[in-house]
Ligand binder design. Structure first.
Ligand code: SF4
Ligand code: SF4
Length: 226
């Protein structure tokens, strides 16, 4: 979810790159499930997150929706998936106070209590103020904390996805102002189908590079729709 706010209000104002040391290591969380509880629809998923969930559960996108593990909401003018909370207001993947998909958890969960700040067509990281319940966070290198393979390609994919979604959000506003609801529907469904519903075969392919190319293709195709 894109938030427009002053970084000094939500952090100590410091920004970090992937090679920087930062106090964010929770030391295993020790049965705390605070950030897996009451998150509403804020754990918004990107296409790679959905690939990881498909792999972890053996379900396709529709089955994930049907199972109630994920849901769809309007985010920044687009229809995007997010992790669903269960009837106890806890993450649907939380089992016995543990993340049941830890290896495949979404990018937002990997980062926490870090967040991303986007500027100059790129992004850095910041520590989210007063969000983690652990008051004794340990210093760790950002890239070690994120625990993501092939981080440079992942970074490029996340960067590209963010600016694509941001641009599409602006496009939705423009279409609304021009009273073209049918085009809003076409573009939102195109994005949903291309990036989430469709199953791709990634054999011998770098998934991040695949999605970077898909984003470039989608930008061109959407121009032909609008
Ligand atoms: S996916 Fe895992 S880490 Fe993320 S909120 Fe759910 S239980 Fe917590
Ligand atoms: S609030 Fe902090 S300590 Fe608690 S589960 Fe989340 S990251 Fe771990």
């Amino acid at each position: 979810m894109i938030r427009n706010c002053d970084i000094n209000e939500i952090s100590d104002g410091r920004k970090y790159g992937e090679n920087d040391m930062v106090k964010c290591d929770t030391g295993g969380c020790k049965n705390c499930v605070s950030c897996c509880t009451g998150m509403g629809n804020t754990i918004v998923l990107d296409p790679y997150d959905i690939c990881l969930l498909k792999e972890a559960t053996g379900n396709d996108f529709q089955q994930l929706l049907n199972s109630g593990k994920i849901e769809l909401n309007i985010v920044d003018g687009l229809i995007l998936p997010n992790i669903a909370m269960n009837k106890n207001n806890q993450c649907s993947f939380l089992e016995n106070s543990r993340c049941s998909i830890h290896k495949n958890r979404p990018g937002i969960c990997r980062l926490f209590p870090l967040g991303r700040i986007y500027e100059n067509n790129d992004f850095l990281y910041f520590v989210q103020k007063d969000q983690c319940k652990n008051n004794n966070l340990i210093k760790i290198k950002v890239k070690k904390w994120i625990d993501t393979e092939d981080l440079s390609n992942y970074h490029e994919y996340i960067r590209k996805w963010h600016y694509f979604i941001k641009e599409m959000g602006k496009c939705m506003v423009a279409l609304k102002q021009n009273e073209k609801p049918e085009l809003i529907n076409d573009v939102t469904m195109f994005i949903l189908n291309t990036f989430f519903v469709t199953n791709y075969n990634f054999d011998n392919m770098n998934v991040y590079q695949f999605y970077c190319e898909k984003i470039s293709e989608a930008e061109k195709q959407i121009k032909t729709i609008i």
